[in-house]
Design a protein around this ligand. Sequence first.
Ligand code: SF4
Length: 218
Amino acid sequence: MAGPKVRLVLRAMEREVCGKAFPGADGLQSPEWPRDPFHVLIATVLSQRTKDMNTYKAAKQLFARFDGPRDMAEADVKEVEMLIHPSGFYQVKAKGIQAICRALVERHGGEVPEDMDMLLALPLVGRKTANCVLAYGFGKDGLCVDTHVHRICNRLGWVHTKHADETEMELREIVPKDLWCDLNSIMVRYGQGVCMPQRPRCELCPVQGDCQHGTKKA
Ligand code: SF4
């Protein structure tokens, strides 16, 4: 798969879906908090294993009460749990968020590091979260591969991988850098509305002819 083809497929998908997705967005609207690295980091942790709307509710409540790593690190864990309850796994996430905040304060002077390895050294931060922070928080070249990107790229036949981290490594070779951030936001939306996990709507999909799964189905 060559870069120009990737570009055409992505633009066709983008035309099909309205709005763009990123952790903490409530579907079609923009969040009410700034998209700086700290907010993106915490919203991405909250988004683990839940839907956008739940992430949005939890992040909105949390940021209304605590708005920085120092406040969050020193908060009562029970209060954090209550605020982020809508996101699910709230006990694990509350503990993790406070551990992240403490690490930010102790190791990085209360700032989110702009470096992949330093991000990966934070609690609860894997490659997906680190890439989201780099892409959406710092505007850098981050290729954020979540479950939608992983599934759709395998269906398209761009990659043949088992794990999201492998998908990221292969996509780095075939997707032009200027599309890395768009790829995530377009495919998240596409995976929610067209190329769903169960029963993808291939008959409505404008890239069916360029998709391995779609052409088999046709
Ligand atoms: S053709 Fe089907 S499987 Fe392929 S991208 Fe479109 S919806 Fe997904």
